[in-house]
Each structure stands twice: as C-alpha cells, then as structure tokens.
Design a protein around this ligand. Structure first.
Ligand code: SF4
Ligand code: SF4
Length: 94
C-alpha cells in the first residue's frame, strides 16, 4: 500500500534546515544562540550539519515537546516537506 504524503516518513530532511527560535518558544537554552540582533536560531551539529536537537541515529527530535514554533507549524505533506523528500542531494551526515 502506498504511503500517504500526509504521514511523516521520518526522513529528517526538515531538520537539516535552519530553525528560528521565537521569544515565546521554550527550547533548552544551550541549544539556541543569538546570530544577529533579535534573531535566535537553533544551534547546528557541525558533524551532521543538522539541527543540534536531532538525534542522528534515530533521526528523532530530542526536544519534540519543546521544539520551536517553526518546527511545530511545519506541515507534513506540505510543499516544503514534499520538496525536501524529493531532494536526493540532502543527506544526513553521520
Ligand atoms: S521532511 Fe516531511 S517527511 Fe521528512 S521528517 Fe520532515 S515532516 Fe517528516
Ligand atoms: S528542533 Fe527538532 S524538529 Fe526542529 S529542526 Fe531541530 S530536530 Fe528538527
């Protein structure tokens, strides 16, 4: 049976992108940083070139319930998700 694009297939490609952190978000302090004035971002894992909160073995978010609004609002099966899934050049480096 073909999988619905509305189901997350746990590819984690959306976690290779930069994730902004809003002031109302509750991410762990040591996982975000001020990059320019008033712009906080999730830190990166330099080894995998993914968000620091991604467990690169399980490809799961380690702060799922405290993830940034941007991540909570990311639409599974939406344009960006489908584009990410199609993009074979994006790899999780381990
Ligand atoms: S890109 Fe889409 S399918 Fe892949 S992990 Fe993110 S939400 Fe899930
Ligand atoms: S906070 Fe979690 S869901 Fe958001 S990019 Fe990082 S690992 Fe992915």
């Amino acid at each position: 049976m073909k999988k619905s694009p509305k189901n997350c297939d746990n590819c984690a490609r959306c976690c290779t992108w930069e994730a902004e952190v809003y002031s109302e978000d509750n991410v762990p302090e040591d996982m975000n940083e001020l990059v320019v004035e008033n712009l906080w971002m999730m830190k990166r894992n330099p080894k995998s070139n993914t968000c620091i909160a991604l467990d690169i073995n399980t490809l799961r978010c380690t702060i799922y319930h405290r993830r940034p609004t941007q991540c909570k609002e990311f639409e599974v099966g939406g344009k960006f998700c489908l584009d990410a899934r199609r993009c074979s050049s994006v790899k999780i480096l381990s």
